[in-house]
Design a protein around this ligand. Structure first.
Ligand code: SAM
Ligand code: SF4
Length: 318
C-alpha cells in the first residue's frame, strides 16, 4: 500500500492495551491511563480482524505494543493469532520486560522471535523513580529470559534524558559487549505527560557518539530508524533514534492502531481515524484512507515545540 507521497506502508504497530504495570514519567500520568476507558480496549477478535484487513492491503510487519502488552491476560493467544495471519512476515513486541520472565517461552512459541525491551538505567533507585513503581531486577530477568529462549535480536530501548541517565550512556552501551543485545538510545519526545521535563532533559542523539568516540558505524539488516554503531568486540550494536534532531519521516512505512480502535497516520499529529465496528471492504477502505492521510513529515519537535498528538505515549504505543 502506498501513501500520498509514494512511501510504501507495510508496518502496523498495534497497541493492545493502554494499561501498564509501570508509570514511566515520560509516558504516562501517575494516576494511570487517562482520557480513555480501558474497558474499551479492542477485543482479540477485533484486533485480529483489523490486522488481517491491514495485511490484505500489504502490511507485512506487525509490532505488538501498549501500554504494557504483557498485562493483557490473553496476550499469548492473541500473539499466536496475529502471527498466523496470511501475509504477516515479521512480528515483534515492545515491552518493559518486567513480566516477561514467566511468559518468554510461550511468547517465543507463539511467534515472538524478536523483542524490544525498555531499559533506561542500570541503577535500582533511578529505575524505581523513573517508572514510579518498577523493580530493575524484574526488567533484567525479563531480558535474560528473552535471550535464554532464543529471541534475537533483543533490543534494549533507552530513552536518553539529560540529568537522569546521561551519566550512564557508557555503561548502558557496554551491555552490548557483555550480552547479545542491541542498545538503542531514543531522544526524549515532547509528547503527552512530559511538560515537567526541563530543556536540559532533551539531549540530541549525538550526545551518545560524543561520549563514545570508539563507536564505528555498523550495517542494518533491513530498514532501520536507528543509526547503528558498534563498540570494539561487541556482540550487539548501539543504535541512535533521533525523532527530534534528525527525523526519519521520509522513510516512514508505518501506521499505528490504538487500543481503542483508531488508526493514527502519524505519531505526532492529532489526526485519528476510528476503525472500530468496521468490517470487510469498509475496514480496508478506512485503513487505506489513513495511509493517504500520512503527512509528509511530522511537526518540528524540541523542548519548546510539542507533539500535536492528543495522546500520551501509553495510549499510542511508541
Ligand atoms: N510498555 C512497553 C515499553 O515500555 O516498552 C511498550 C509501550 S511504550 C509506550 C513504547 C516505547 O515508547 C518505550 O520504549 C518507551 O520508552 C517509549 N516512550 C514512551 N514515552 C516516550 C517519550 N516521551 N519519548 C521517547 N520515547 C518514549
Ligand atoms: Fe508503561 Fe511502557 Fe509507558 Fe513505561 S513506557 S509507562 S512501561 S507503557
Amino acid at each position: 500500500m502506498k501513501d500520498g507521497f509514494g512511501r510504501t506502508i507495510e508496518y502496523l504497530r498495534i497497541s493492545v492495551t493502554d494499561a501498564c504495570n509501570l508509570r514511566c514519567r515520560y509516558c504516562m500520568p501517575e494516576e494511570g491511563p487517562s482520557g480513555c476507558n480501558c474497558k474499551m480496549n479492542l477485543s482479540a477478535d477485533e484486533i485480529v480482524e483489523i490486522a488481517s484487513a491491514a495485511s490484505r492491503l500489504g502490511m507485512k510487519k506487525l509490532r505488538i505494543t501498549g501500554g504494557e502488552p504483557l498485562v493483557r491476560r490473553d496476550i499469548v493467544e492473541l500473539t499466536r493469532r496475529l502471527g498466523e495471519i496470511p501475509g504477516v512476515e515479521d512480528m515483534s513486541m515492545t515491552t518493559n520486560g518486567t513480566l516477561l520472565k514467566s511468559l518468554a517461552r510461550e511468547l517465543y512459541d507463539a511467534g515472538i522471535h524478536r523483542i524490544n525491551i525498555s531499559l533506561d538505567t542500570l541503577d535500582d533507585e533511578k529505575y524505581r523513580s523513573m517508572t514510579r513503581t518498577g523493580k530493575l531486577a524484574d526488567a533484567l530477568s525479563g531480558i535474560e529470559a528473552a535471550i535464554e529462549v532464543g529471541m534475537s535480536p533483543v533490543k534494549l530501548n533507552c530513552v536518553l534524558i539529560g540529568g537522569f541517565n546521561s551519566d550512564e550512556v557508557e555503561s548502558l552501551a557496554r551491555l552490548t559487549q557483555k550480552m547479545p543485545v542491541d542498545v538503542r538510545f531514543i531522544e526524549l519526545m515532547p509528547i503527552g505527560d512530559t511538560a515537567h521535563f526541563g530543556a536540559d532533559a532533551y539531549l540530541p542523539g549525538s550526545f551518545v557518539t560524543d561520549r563514545l568516540p570508539e563507536l564505528v558505524p555498523a550495517e542494518a539488516e533491513g530498514k532501520s530508524v536507528a543509526r547503528l554503531y558498534r563498540l570494539p568486540g561487541a556482540l550487539g550494536r548501539v543504535g541512535i533514534i533521533s525523532p527530534l534532531s534528525n527525523h526519519f519521516c521520509s522513510e516512514c512505512n508505518r501506521l499505528r492502531l490504538t487500543a481503542d480502535g483508531c488508526i493514527k497516520p502519524c505519531l505526532h499529529s492529532a489526526e485519528e481515524i476510528s476503525v472500530r465496528g468496521l468490517h470487510g471492504k469498509a475496514l480496508e477502505d478506512a485503513i487505506a484512507e489513513a495511509a493517504l492521510h500520512k503527512p509528509k513529515m511530522h511537526v518540528e519537535l524540541s523542548a519548546t515545540e510539542r507533539s500535536k498528538s492528543k495522546r500520551s505515549m501509553n495510549r499510542i504505543g511508541g
